[in-house]
Design a protein around this ligand. Structure first.
Ligand code: GLP
Length: 268
């Protein structure tokens, strides 16, 4: 795991945007895995800025989102499709026919929908770079604690903690779904690179468990310990419970030196 600690959340977003831009500018048919939640909003803002400045075009990019609520259609402002349109897709030159979310409309079979989503990812050539946030309980996507580390796209029942954490985004009289479709942990581990962003003090414990805790379904993000190319971008607050803080800063300096000498090399 490559842990990189920044002074603030804006720097996390800027660095994440560099990763995305590098992939999109380098690969002919880039496949990007996307996340929702408040953390990646500033990343999407950076990407929109780069697009408006003429530095980034999404015409060849295919995207797969991590998750989507069940029983909410895309016209609902709470749907993750709506979130993606609002925060990214409507502001860049992406072909929306190449943007996918793991939806399951009323009457559709969630098991079949999950299989179809996995197949669609395969047919696109697999995900090159998967953006991730992390839940305060260590979830990635909607893979709640005790999710199988070998899981694939499927329906998940949300935990009370996740419902409470996300309730801030729903009005008092608004329907808050308790079920979601989510890529599985094995689906996420299949991505060539994973880039996890975490900011703020309320993520510090989950970050500590992910980076230095035991590999365990209790902290689904700890599965990233098994990934060859897992990059974790943190602000100081999210990194505040990591014991070996200086080590990560030092290791990052060494990586930068190697990059300067031999060039940045990402095997997309
Ligand atoms: C949500 C999403 C996750 C996200 C997490 C943290 O429920 N399903 O993909 O990473 O919770 O969200 P936030 O960035 O708002 O803290």
């Amino acid at each position: 795991m490559q842990v990189i600690i920044f002074d603030n959340a804006q720097q996390v977003a800027e660095n994440a945007a560099e990763w995305v831009a590098e992939l999109i500018n380098k690969k002919t048919n880039p496949v990007l895995g996307l996340a929702t939640g408040s953390t990646p909003i500033s990343l999407y803002q950076e990407l929109v800025n780069k697009h408006k400045a003429g530095e980034l075009s999404f015409t060849k990019t295919t995207t797969f989102n991590l998750d989507e609520y069940l029983g909410i259609d895309e016209t609902n402002v709470q749907s993750y499709r709506h979130f993606m349109n609002e925060n990214l897709f409507d502001h860049v030159d992406i072909n929306k026919d190449k943007t996918f979310l793991p939806t399951c409309a009323q009457g559709e079979n969630p098991r079949q929908q999950g299989l179809d989503y996995e197949n669609k990812i395969q047919q696109a050539g697999g995900i090159d770079l998967q953006i991730l946030g992390i839940g305060a309980n260590g979830h990635i996507g909607f893979n709640e604690p005790t999710s199988s580390l070998a899981s694939r796209t499927r329906i998940k029942t949300l935990t009370q903690q996740t419902l409470d954490d996300n309730s801030r985004l729903f009005a008092a009289d608004e329907f808050q779904p308790t079920l979601a479709m989510t890529m599985g942990i094995a689906t996420i581990l299949d991505a060539r690179y994973v880039l996890l962003m975490a900011t703020g003090k309320n993520k510090a414990k989950a970050v500590k468990d992910m980076v230095t805790g035991a590999l365990s379904a209790v902290c689904p993000a700890s599965a990233l310990q098994l990934h060859e190319n897992a990059i974790v971008l943190l602000d100081k607050e999210a990194a505040s419970e990591l014991e070996d803080h200086e080590y990560y800063v030092w290791a990052d300096k060494q990586n930068n030196k190697i990059n300067q000498e031999f060039g940045l090399y990402h095997n997309y």
